[in-house]
Design a protein around this ligand. Structure first.
Ligand SMILES: NC(=O)c1ccc[n+]([C@@H]2O[C@H](COP(=O)([O-])OP(=O)(O)OC[C@H]3O[C@@H](n4cnc5c(N)ncnc54)[C@H](O)[C@@H]3O)[C@@H](O)[C@H]2O)c1
Length: 466
């Protein structure tokens, strides 16, 4: 076998749980697949089973009737923001969670705003009954990663639009299933990448589109967030998050940093992700931390975590640009999404936000007054327009409110949503692709083209058209 790949690599790749599932036309006529052939098939495009949903609009929905699945840490907070838009723009028709304590807590809160949604609870399949209802337009999915696509696909099949938390999909098969179902049903399937609505991110997006950065060359994106205690205590339902660290060594949570950088670079709207390479550091932090747990904790004193403390992936785009993507949720270090963007006209670095511009003293960051001038000139107007609501309702500094507002308001007005199912698939699929690359010694792994060739068409994001 050629290059760094050998029989051992093949055996390891065969063992990748689900990572290769969903590769189109894997039927190889009984012959032992060559690993390079398998890698090629990752990026093969299956025949479409419906029409593209690029630019999809649906008739205005004056009051969006909402069903919500998952009322845990994220779902309870987001439900408050949806409630803030009721009854003028939305109505919460039904809520669902496995756990009764969460449905009753949410119901009580909603009743204060004169809402009385139907409640589905106590059974892992109760949501299926909920999405069958004929009085729901949009299903929000705030459950854990493993069930996102199953819930999204069934909701679309039942005629509902879908807004699903990040990452939308965690296998290639799921990503294609989500895209194909949206195309078959002509329903919206938006991934709730709230960081695309951050005021810093929208400001950078505006500047990138208006040419401040000149020709874009590279970006940096990250999810760096010390989640050790959250993952090991019982905050998450059934400790779902840490289970991924036992089974997968990959960039498990790519989209918070990557979503905005993809929008700066017009991914799937003129450029596309072509391939990635990925590498992980040793996995040590969780094993050490697990010693601090109580004996009764399933993860007490474990040493079978395989997820490297830091995963770094490099993504190459069709236009030759590069994105450096980090994932670390176990090192004691401050939160960051990096949010870097470089071009011939300037450079931005986040955490804290700093800007350097060509034509100024580019060896130094812009002084405070000039930075503020740039903010005033290029800030996205939605943050001014919704200032009072953002201050009142917040959610990660306000971006959660802006996100929910845009999903509902765009449907109210019958205009396209700000992100589509292709964004959801392209950004999420970094999880399985980086896993394959890590396992095979950082080999390049090509992205599938979920748009089936339409990424070449320049398209303006709806958030920039209003
Ligand atoms: N965008 C963001 O900033 C952000 C922040 C936090 C979490 N998230 C995402 O939100 C999602 C949920 O995370 P979380 O922190 O709320 O987790 P969580 O464990 O607190 O909540 C998950 C909820 O889903 C419920 N659930 C599980 N299976 C179910 C089923 N079959 N039917 C009905 N309910 C079911 C659980 O009972 C629980 O209440 C994840 O995808 C996560 O990545 C996003």
């Amino acid at each position: 076998m050629k290059g760094p790949l050998n029989r051992r690599s093949f055996l390891r790749i065969s063992a990748l749980t689900g990572a290769f599932m969903g590769i189109p036309s894997l039927g190889l006529g009984g012959k032992t697949p060559d690993i390079e052939e398998l890698l090629d098939r990752i990026s093969a495009t299956p025949s479409p089973s419906g029409q593209s949903v690029i630019g999809l609009t649906v008739p205005p929905i004056k009051q969006v009737r909402v069903g919500i699945i998952g009322l845990g840490m994220r779902g309870s907070g987001m439900t408050k923001l949806i409630d803030a838009l009721c009854p003028d723009k939305a109505k919460i028709v039904a809520i669902c969670d496995l756990q009764e304590k969460y449905t009753s807590r949410t119901l009580e809160a909603l009743k204060k705003n004169n809402q009385n949604p139907a409640v589905y609870k106590g059974d892992p399949n109760a949501w299926k009954e909920m999405v069958k209802r004929d009085d729901i337009d949009l299903v929000f999915i705030f459950t854990h990663w493993d069930v996102h696509v199953e819930m999204a696909v069934e909701s679309m099949r039942q005629g509902k639009h879908v807004a699903v938390e990040v990452p939308a999909a965690i296998t290639l098969e799921e990503a294609w299933q989500m895209v194909n179902t949206a195309e078959e049903t002509q329903r919206n399937c938006i991934m709730l990448e709230n960081c695309c609505y951050g005021s810093e991110e929208l400001w950078l997006l505006n500047m990138a589109r208006q040419g401040v950065f000149g020709n874009l060359t590279y970006g940096e994106a990250a999810y760096i967030h010390d989640l050790r205690s959250l993952m090991l205590d019982h905050s998450y339902y059934n400790q779902w998050r840490i289970r991924h660290h036992v089974k997968h060594d990959a960039n498990l949570y790519p989209t918070h940093g990557l979503g905005p950088v993809s929008q700066y670079m017009e991914i799937d709207r003129g450029d596309r992700f072509e391939y990635l390479v990925s590498m992980s550091s040793p996995s040590v932090s969780l094993a050490e931390y697990s010693k601090k747990m109580d004996y009764s904790n399933e993860f007490y004193n474990r040493n079978d975590f395989i997820h490297g403390d830091m995963n770094t992936s490099l993504i190459k785009t069709a236009k030759g640009r590069m994105i450096h993507l980090y994932h670390d949720v176990v090192t004691p270090r401050p939160y960051s999404r990096n949010n870097c963007l470089a071009g011939t006209g300037g450079y931005h670095e986040g955490y804290p936000s700093r800007l350097a511009l060509d034509g100024k003293d580019s060896h130094r960051w812009l002084p405070d007054n000039e930075y503020k001038e740039m903010r005033a000139k290029y800030d996205h107007p939605i943050w001014t327009r919704l200032k009072a609501e953002i201050e009142k309702y917040g959610g990660h500094g306000g971006m959660d409110f802006v996100e929910i507002y845009r999903v509902i308001d765009n449907l109210n007005r019958g205009i396209q949503l700000d992100m589509d199912v292709y964004d959801a698939a392209s950004w999420s699929v970094v999880y399985p692709l980086s896993e394959i690359s890590v396992q095979l010694g950082s080999v390049p792994v090509k992205f599938p083209d979920f748009t089936r060739g339409r990424w070449k068409e320049p398209r303006k994001l709806q958030i920039l058209l209003d």
